[in-house]
Ligand binder design. Structure first.
Ligand code: SF4
Ligand code: SF4
Length: 396
């Protein structure tokens, strides 16, 4: 129940919004709709496996030994019971499924789809997630550096053997697939590849969100000698390909610099901490907002991990954490009409990446929030069943 103080603050906030966005202002309607949607989504994150079919340089999961910290649950009944508990007791309706590599275990993913309303997986793209049964699953395809850097950093098998063509394979697997979008970790060594990489993503019929490549093997993983150059290029490419690059310029700036207009990003600000991990008792007292009910569960389905990513906060610029930071801090954007408009756009662009939500790019713009663009989806379904005949024959 809300305290008297909470109610007073809520009323004050509403009055401020009225002041900034007038009575019949369309921005007010956009704000109301995106807030309504955001409040309905209750997310947690799940390490569905500790296994992966590659070994990327700069992967926090293996760099910090998350794969050996927990023993993976393989039994489907145990996973099912766990997911029912998440849904019924913690009221979670949205899963961000990571690993390891989730596509190695489609039978586990089917349980997520069965039990939770919204499912998003993070994948390296080497294996294609079948269409049937996963039509409404959002897929974030990881990409490091762009151009030849991607193979250099990620074309490595678990045994150490190298290979090439990971990006090309991913493009082929997910051509015109509206479920999929790239999560492109920018790296100052790859500044010269950004435009071409984004163009190839556009030509493949996909969208892209920018992320930040942290050099986890260095003492300051986010240190940049050419931060301004990287930022300028990311913003230039966003301006050139505004539809393909889903990320908002405000978000891009915050991610690359680690700063917003009110603070620097760090543990004391980060909202993507696991609420049930006792290490956060002090953090929860500092008054900075957190993602409600958010936990990241280890692959043993018992361990509540520190947060949505590595747990090593120095220089962290995880894209989900930065996006969530901006989204949970709408109050900080109430200082001017321009800032509040920016917040609405940042929030809308964030939700654009998820096929399961009303803001996905296959649906008509946020102004109308109408039905999905069935033409885009139908064309993809037809092409997918022809393109992968063995999958179609197997009913996948
Ligand atoms: S694909 Fe993902 S989990 Fe696997 S090594 Fe690369 S970053 Fe790590
Ligand atoms: S590692 Fe990053 S996401 Fe995790 S708590 Fe620290 S700052 Fe937040």
């Amino acid at each position: 129940m809300k305290s008297r103080e909470d109610r007073a603050q809520a009323l004050e906030k509403m009055a401020r919004i009225e002041e900034l966005f007038g009575r019949d202002d369309p921005w007010k309607d956009r704000l109301r709709r995106v807030l309504t949607h955001s409040r309905k989504v209750r997310t947690s994150e799940y390490h569905v496996t500790n296994a992966c079919n590659i070994r990327c340089r700069g992967c926090w999961f293996f760099e910090y030994g998350h794969d050996s910290e927990t023993r993976e649950v393989k039994d489907l009944d145990t996973l099912d019971a766990f997911l029912l508990k998440e849904r019924d007791e913690r009221k979670i309706n949205s899963a961000l499924v990571i690993g390891g590599e989730p596509t190695l275990f489609p039978d586990r993913l089917r349980l997520f789809v069965k039990r939770l309303t919204n499912v998003t997986i993070s994948s390296n793209g080497l294996r294609k997630l079948p269409l049937q049964g996963f039509e409404n699953v959002a897929i974030g395809l990881t990409l490091f550096g762009g151009g030849p850097l991607d193979d250099e950093l990620r074309g490595i098998k678990p045994g150490g053997r190298t290979f090439t063509g990971l990006f090309e394979t991913t493009l082929e697997n997910y051509q015109d697939d509206p479920r999929a979008g790239f999560i492109y970790a920018l790296n100052e060594d790859g500044i010269g590849y950004i435009e071409d990489t984004v163009r190839r993503i556009r030509d493949n019929g996909n969208r892209v969100n920018f992320n930040f490549y942290s050099k986890y093997h260095l003492s300051d993983p986010a240190a940049l000698a050419h931060q301004q150059d990287l930022l300028d290029e990311a913003l230039r490419v966003k301006a050139l390909y505004p539809e393909t690059v889903v990320s908002h310029p405000y978000y891009i700036r915050a991610m690359i610099t680690g700063r917003s207009h009110w603070a620097s990003f760090g543990y004391d600000q980060c909202p993507s901490i696991s609420i049930d991990n006792p290490q956060h008792a002090e953090r929860l007292e500092n008054g900075n907002p957190t993602l409600p009910f958010f936990n990241t569960w280890g692959a043993d389905l018992e361990t509540v991990k520190f947060c949505c990513t590595s747990g090593h906060c120095q220089g962290c610029r995880d894209s989900q954490a930065i996006s969530s930071w901006l989204l949970v801090n709408m109050d900080k954007f109430l200082d001017s009409r321009e800032h509040l408009q920016t917040w609405v756009e940042v929030a809308e662009s964030y939700w654009k990446q998820f096929i399961w939500g009303p803001y996905h790019w296959t649906k008509v713009g946020p102004e109308t929030l109408s039905a999905p663009n069935e033409q885009v989806l139908a064309a993809y379904r037809a092409r997918a069943s022809h393109a992968v005949p063995e999958l179609a024959a197997a009913g996948l």
